[in-house]
Design a protein. Structure first.
Length: 261
């Protein structure tokens, strides 16, 4: 087992952060969750303004950087905020910055993905020893997309869209493992155990929810859709977690309602 460390976690209240904080704690680390707003037991700091960052990183051995802003402030928070965070980390002598990114950001033409690539470049150039973990999408994202699509009628999916969803717990466990080793200075990937099309995922999702909505298969136009159909969101290294889409459906809804896909 690795030595106990003080670990600052940005984005600690998010989907992944909510799994990472207890995983790090269970591994014996002293966890310092960070939020923009003060709360008991947390440190308050703002990536977008830089307020509180020097205090947040002081005494930290490592940083797990999860915070992101996919909306209007994404460059200010993701790119420039990461630059501010790692400048403070360099001043404080932080030994390992682990940045969580996304599989496919260099293959799928999406604005947010370009921002993530730019943020990776900031991490690489920061002077702080680093590891980048690129993960595929969480199954909850597919769940949310299906829910939004089916809200007003049939479930509409591009049957050729290929994804490889990875459970947040698998990502959290990989983060703990990576922190137990020296910073690699490279990017590594983690994907789910199954590469599936949305067409394959749709009917088990409906069955798990007890829904009889029809599924409309629609091939979407454009370069973004083409890149996803060609596997832009699928892992390339063979490194996978263990939780399947059916596992997620059982966890979320209590039953898949059908045989595994």
């Amino acid at each position: 087992m690795s030595d106990s460390m003080t670990v600052l976690v940005t984005g600690a209240s998010g989907t992944l952060g909510s799994a990472v904080v207890p995983a790090l704690t269970a591994a014996g680390h002293r966890v310092r969750p960070m939020s923009r707003r003060a709360r008991p037991g947390w440190v308050a700091a703002d990536l977008a303004s830089g307020d509180g960052l020097d205090d947040a990183v002081r005494g930290a051995d490592a940083i797990v950087h999860l915070a992101s802003a996919p909306g209007r402030r994404q460059r200010e928070t993701d790119v420039e905020g990461t630059r501010r965070l790692l400048a403070a980390a360099a001043r404080a002598g932080v030994r390992h910055a682990l940045y969580v990114s996304i599989v496919g950001i260099d293959r799928v033409p999406l604005g947010y993905y370009r921002t993530k690539l730019a943020t990776e470049a900031v991490v690489r150039d920061s002077g702080v020893p680093f590891t980048i973990l690129r993960a595929t999408q969480f199954p909850s994202l597919v769940d949310t997309l299906f829910t939004a699509s089916s809200r007003l009628g049939p479930l509409i999916v591009d049957p050729g869209f290929r994804v490889q969803p990875v459970h947040v717990q698998d990502v959290a466990e990989r983060i703990v493992s990576l922190l137990g080793e020296p910073a690699t200075g490279q990017a590594t990937e983690l994907a789910g155990p199954q590469a599936l099309t949305l067409g394959e995922m749709a009917r088990p999702w409906l069955a798990a929810r007890g829904s009889r909505r029809p599924v409309w298969l629609v091939r979407l136009p454009g370069g973004l859709a083409r890149a996803v159909r060609e596997g832009g969101l699928v892992g390339t290294t063979g490194s996978t977690g263990t939780h399947t889409w059916d596992d997620y459906l059982v966890e979320r809804y209590g039953n898949t309602g059908c045989e595994p896909v």
